[in-house]
Design a protein around this ligand. Structure first.
Ligand code: ZN
Length: 277
């Protein structure tokens, strides 16, 4: 029996533009269409940011609401995860969309350097966002940009400050943060297993190393993230024609590692989320 792999598609993010790749979905209509194609290709979790129509990142709850409505209609059962990432707002307003009660929300449990700035997640802010996620029943996906963030997540789960079992994403390849490094990755995986044996995890690689992390995650029993937020190319010469094409790349890899894309029901069960309505 092959083990199911939850494929996350990070459809838009807050950085890539149409100039980087015309397939980056910006408007809500584009986002819904792009996610539906990715869903049909095998993705079961959508990681979402929203933009204004001119491409500027925003955390406008009204836009998130329209996106969620479109995804519920066109991608039945797909897990919707909203980003509380720092490029789209400041302070507690980063969680302003949580009252929409998405299935999941991203939660960085510490600060780190990004290419041109500090990704600022102060202890207070992490606590507030986590509290709001409990209030609105959104399961956190912990974004671990560094080892200390794994320890912080475990500490918070033990104190019932975040809902378990933990789901952690190891992010590698952001400039000035943790590079793509195999032995560090293995240490992340073994540390999480040691501290939180019931935790699930995903590997996310940025840029050309998206595929590297897809390989490693499939090999070591984790789940995979892909999508235009993190990488806009299929290879050095070719732009990815869609989010679905990047999802297909993971689907095609699964067999090599005796894995298969999870169904919606399996993905929800693996993450201890309620079955789709
Ligand atoms: Zn994101």
């Amino acid at each position: 029996m092959t083990a199911p792999c939850i494929i996350t598609v990070a459809i838009t993010g807050s950085l890539p533009t149409k100039a980087d790749n015309p397939a980056v979905p910006i408007t809500i209509a584009e986002q819904v269409e792009s996610t539906q194609e990715a869903f049909e290709a095998g993705a079961t979790l959508a990681h979402c940011h929203v933009r204004k129509d001119d491409g500027t990142p925003t955390s406008d709850p009204e836009r998130f609401a329209r996106l969620m409505e479109g995804l519920r209609k066109h991608c039945p059962g797909m897990i919707v995860q909203l980003s509380t990432g720092g490029r789209s707002g400041a302070g507690r307003e980063r969680g302003g969309m949580l009252p929409l009660k998405p299935d999941m929300a991203s939660l960085a449990t510490g600060s780190v350097n990004f290419p041109t700035r500090v990704y600022d997640n102060s202890p207070d802010l992490v606590g507030w966002l986590a509290e709001d996620m409990l209030t609105y029943d959104a399961k956190p996906e912990v974004e671990a940009f560094d080892l200390s963030m794994i320890f912080k997540a475990v500490e918070m789960a033990s104190a019932d400050q975040i809902r378990g079992p933990l789901h952690v994403q190891f992010v590698m390849g952001v400039k000035n943060a943790m590079p793509v490094d195999r032995s560090t990755f293995e240490f992340y995986v073994s540390t999480l297993k040691r501290l939180a044996p019931d935790a699930t995890w995903t590997g996310a690689g940025i840029g050309k190393d998206q595929i590297t992390l897809n390989h490693w995650s499939l090999e070591l029993g984790g789940h995979c993230r892909t999508g235009l937020e993190d990488n806009v190319r299929l290879d050095r010469r070719t732009l990815a024609p869609s989010n679905a094409a990047l999802v297909q790349r993971v689907v095609d890899l699964c067999e090599q590692y005796d894995r298969r894309p999870a169904s919606v029901a399996e993905a929800r069960s693996l993450l201890s989320l309620p079955a789709a309505a």
